[in-house]
Design a binder for this molecule. Structure first.
Ligand code: NAD
Length: 320
């Protein structure tokens, strides 16, 4: 098997390579060539940790495996990041383990690639202003990735903790875009595309905030109870998700569906737009992509990184 260490991922994987891998796996999911296994997530009663597995099989990309890992809230005190994960790939022909890949940076890159795929296919024509809600660790990856798929002219941003907005300002400067901190009503009315990536448990962006043709990538909600958007906003939008079953249980659309405002059958898999089986935006004023994060995304970027590491001769081969 090959081992690709966490420390080597940054030098191997680019937002562009992550985009290509995620676009392809979303397409495979929508054409039923790839499927995710049920997610296991356990509070293990040690170190207050949440640990679990997200896995799947992609018969188009021939990728089989799982990401194991979770959230260790006391890691920062040890000088480690709280989210820890490793991806294991298996040979789908024989079942033998084929690779172990550091999963921490890959998780951020695949999450950013997912919103970028939605923005490539669903942004209103001529979108110029990007609105960012959230200024945590993931937000910088989101900004860098989206700048590669769409020529925005300006970034505006809001965060529940304003002292964190420097991250958005610095990242916008890094990609050569002006940045302005604004209130949510201005963000909702001026942004053509909005990415929300917070740990909120109550709506931040309200229906009344959003004016004109807008695409929203709702990326923060990945657990029961989390919420970033007003269900009334969800109810008037055309809805897309990475995986519908996950979206209505742990994703942003859980709330509108539970409240009876939206039928699960109204949600379209983003991959169906990639495949050309759904027209995408059409004449909808607001589109929302609910990115909940699926195991197949992790496997897709891990497989891509193993290939890059092999090409560069830095994949370590271990007999097992
Ligand atoms: P972080 O801890 O670095 O930043 C947290 C962000 O949420 C900041 O903007 C912070 O101001 C805000 N926040 C914190 N508590 C809040 C609260 N109670 N109400 C409203 N906002 C609050 O986290 P991160 O690594 O940037 O991750 C952000 C979110 O994205 C998390 O919810 C994480 O679980 C989620 N996430 C989703 C995916 C996916 O695939 N969809 C992948 C990775 C992370």
């Amino acid at each position: 098997m090959y081992v690709v260490a966490e420390k080597d991922i940054a030098g191997l994987m680019t937002p562009e390579a992550a985009f290509t891998a995620i676009e392809a796996v979303f397409a495979a999911m929508a054409s039923r060539k790839a499927y995710n296994f049920p997610v296991v997530r356990e509070a293990i009663g040690h170190q207050d940790a949440l640990y679990g597995f997200k896995g799947g099989f992609d018969a188009a990309g021939l990728t089989l495996g799982l990401k194991a890992g979770g959230y260790w809230p006391h890691n920062l005190e040890r000088g480690l990041i709280n989210h820890q994960s490793t991806v294991f790939l298996f040979d789908p022909e024989t079942g033998r383990v084929s690779a172990a890949v550091g999963g921490n940076l890959l998780t951020a890159l695949r999450t950013a690639a997912a919103s970028s795929v939605s923005i490539k296919y669903l942004a209103p024509k001529g979108a110029k202003v990007l609105g960012m809600i959230g200024a945590g660790h993931q937000s910088a990856f989101q900004l860098r990735a989206v700048a590669k798929v769409h020529p925005f002219e300006k970034v505006i941003g809001w965060n529940p903790h304003p002292e964190m907005l420097g991250r958005l300002k610095d990242t916008a400067a890094e990609i050569g875009l002006p940045f302005e901190a604004v209130e949510l009503d201005r963000l909702g009315s001026e942004a053509d595309v909005i990415i929300s990536i917070t740990s909120a448990f109550a709506p931040l962006l309200l229906d009344a905030h959003v004016k004109g043709p807008t695409h929203i990538a709702a990326m923060g909600t990945d657990t029961k109870g989390k919420q970033e958007l007003d269900p009334a906003l969800v109810a008037r939008a055309k809805l897309f998700a990475d995986e519908i079953a996950q979206s209505v249980t742990i994703g942003e659309f859980q709330h509108a569906v539970q409240q009876g405002l939206v039928a699960e059958s109204a949600i379209v898999q983003l991959g169906a737009v990639v495949n050309g089986d759904d027209p995408g935006r059409g004449d909808a004023e607001v589109t929302i992509f609910d990115g909940t994060g699926v195991g197949l995304q992790d496997l897709a970027v891990a497989a891509a990184v193993v290939e890059l590491a092999q090409q560069k001769g830095i994949a370590q081969e271990v007999a097992i």
